[in-house]
Design a protein around this ligand. Sequence first.
Ligand SMILES: O=C(O)C1=C[C@@H](OP(=O)(O)O)[C@@H](O)[C@H](O)C1
Ligand SMILES: C=C(OP(=O)(O)O)C(=O)O
Length: 423
Amino acid sequence: MGRAKLTILPPGKPLSGRAMPPGSKSITNRALLLAGLASGTSRLTGALRSDDTRYMADALRAMGVSVDEPDETTFVVTGSGKLLPPSAPLFLGNAGTATRFLTAAVASVDGTVVVDGDEHMRKRPIGPLVVALKSLGIDAEAPTGCPPVTVRGNGHFASGRVEIDAGLSSQYVSALLMAGPLVSQGANAPLTVALAGAEIGARGYVDLTLAAMQAFGAKVEQIDAATWKVEPTGYSAADFVIEPDASAATYLWAAEVLTGGAIDLGVAATAFTQPDAKAYELIAQFPHLPAEIDGSQMQDAVPTLAVLAAFNETPVRFTGIANLRVKECDRVRALSLGLNAIREGLATEEGDDLIVASDPSLAGQTLPAEINTFADHRIAMSFALAGLMIGGVTILDPDCVAKTFPSYWDVLASLGVEYTDIV
Ligand SMILES: O=C(O)C1=C[C@@H](OP(=O)(O)O)[C@@H](O)[C@H](O)C1
Ligand SMILES: C=C(OP(=O)(O)O)C(=O)O
């Protein structure tokens, strides 16, 4: 059981020192899956060990893949080139990547697989992916439009052309692309994946998918901006180095500019391939963030930027964030509630936009506020930033950070942050 709450003591000094973000969640869960689908042994280094990657690793184990963890940041994965039917439903917590990616991949299993998650995941839409699988002739159903999903596979993925509406989640596209090489061996039948609408979340996640697929031997041709052709190659085992997590880095970048410190992350902002690294250029402009920020291409960084915006010189409107409402929680609402708990009027929802009314004079005040995190790691981690500047900020359910950054509170402590009222 995690702790109920924790209150942050503003350090009252610039935060400086060395603090490394953990390995990328997005890349770790792609690499785990692709290594598990390959025949042979793959060594994944720099990996993230957290709730989300544990769910993926355990699901692979349940389907006959050997996953060893020789140290804190390494997975050694040995697959047979084929996932076996698991004896029980796959439980994937609230890991969107694991849930969406496996829903497509398990169509290559010869047997029935149920993909399920916790009460939060059971509210996160997966209908468009299930519709796409069905259009390929795959027997899949999700009666509520959310997990659980039942997939009855016949031993290989289907080929042909599939259209996917990725307006709610780019993970549906990544899921189909990664399943693409799994059509029957020797079949000269590629899978063509095409976007049904123009809309897609952060496109940078599809680029991460293509890069990981190529590293594990897949061949994908980009036909145009909305169409990809995947060859039926299967996957080959590979040794793969995972870069640090860019979304995790945003908290450290923000802590640095908020407190006027100098935090050495051990990696340059320009070295990341993940979409959220784009947030660095914005964070570096603090306290002169732009009046409007389009969060569509850096969605997981929006909570960080929204809390930072509260301390900006001028207000900030966040646009392009409608799909934040179907993440671990409704993040637009959670951000608005949390900011207003600190000071009434600090945030307003306008449609799906979030407007943060800036107030640099917040810094140095004591404004006791309990932040409901809705079990969402990013709400916990971003409001901790407010606690660096304002006394009395209490984070409820602080251990929900274990989803992607289990050492978060220790990392802040290593920079000199202290906590009180921990229960
Ligand atoms: O593909 C990925 O690794 C991710 C895609 C994004 O989700 P959506 O595609 O659902 O927007 C992001 O929010 C999530 O944390 C990770
Ligand atoms: C949206 C997120 O995660 P996921 O979709 O992978 O559960 C996130 O980590 O912010």
